[in-house]
Design a protein around this ligand. Structure first.
Ligand SMILES: Nc1ncnc2c1ncn2[C@@H]1O[C@H](COP(=O)(O)OP(=O)(O)O)[C@@H](O)[C@H]1O
Ligand SMILES: [Mg+2]
Length: 220
């Protein structure tokens, strides 16, 4: 599903390039549930942005679903992201003026799907998540745990190749965080491939495999 070979990424600091990701080798098979564990500043979000095709690497090879991302033009990556990746963020990134249904159907509408079909897909997805009676609510009317479930529904609705979550429990109280991790395990048991990024060992231990990132280097 994911195969990364010798990925390097740095940022310019004045005249010099500051290395952030150093020779990363990382693979994920279909159906895996992997946590990337590392302290703040270790390069987790930088790596997630590359996995999610939101940022480009300086060197290395990245195959996603057999597609060579490293040689795909940047203007084609929007479609790759929309089709293949389901993003889940710490701060949910829901659209505040949209209701739950509109937030969830948005990635399908972006693909050009008709509203009726998108709403049917939304209803299918939402059954899993217990949000049936919240479809008309705006994000501001929901709890943190409910907002994260909406964002998980939005990530799932397009049947992506992988779910990519950056600190998905980071903004939640302990119980809502536990619920999200329980949901991730259920989604994984249903066959979803999940890559979760966290600085919290307890959260990482919920995954089936843990890799560590320290100062831009990845260790199994
Ligand atoms: N756009 C950027 N320009 C320069 N430095 C950056 C940029 N984004 C991140 N960094 C630096 O890269 C390092 C890793 O950042 P990040 O990937 O966000 O780490 P993490 O998510 O593990 O906390 C940090 O030292 C950060 O300051
Ligand atoms: Mg981060």
């Amino acid at each position: 599903m994911i195969r990364m070979k010798d990925i390097n990424k740095g940022y310019m600091l004045g005249e010099e390039k500051l290395p952030i990701l150093k020779n990363i080798n990382f693979s994920v098979k279909e159906g895996e549930y992997v946590a990337i564990l590392g302290p703040s500043g270790s390069g987790k979000t930088t790596l997630m942005n590359i996995i999610g095709c939101m940022d480009v690497m300086d060197s290395g090879e990245y195959f996603l679903d057999g597609m060579a991302i490293h040689s795909t033009p940047e203007e084609d990556l929007t479609e790759v992201r929309n089709q293949k990746i389901g993003f889940i963020f710490q701060n949910y990134q829901l659209i505040p003026t949209y209701n739950v249904m509109q937030n969830i159907t948005m990635p399908l509408i972006m693909r050009g799907m008709h509203h009726k079909e998108a709403e049917e897909a939304c209803m299918e997805t939402i059954k899993l998540l217990g949000l049936d009676h919240r479809l008309e609510h705006r994000p501001s009317e929901l709890s943190g745990g409910q907002k994260q479930r909406v964002s998980i529904a939005r990530a799932l609705v397009g049947k992506p190749s992988i779910l990519l979550a950056d600190e998905p429990t980071g903004a939640l109280d302990q119980n809502s965080g536990k619920d999200v991790l329980k949901l991730f395990r259920e989604l994984n048991e249903m066959g979803n491939t999940i890559v979760m990024i966290t600085h919290d060992l307890n959260v990482a231990q919920s995954a089936k495999r843990i890799v560590r990132i320290v100062d831009g280097e990845l260790y199994e």
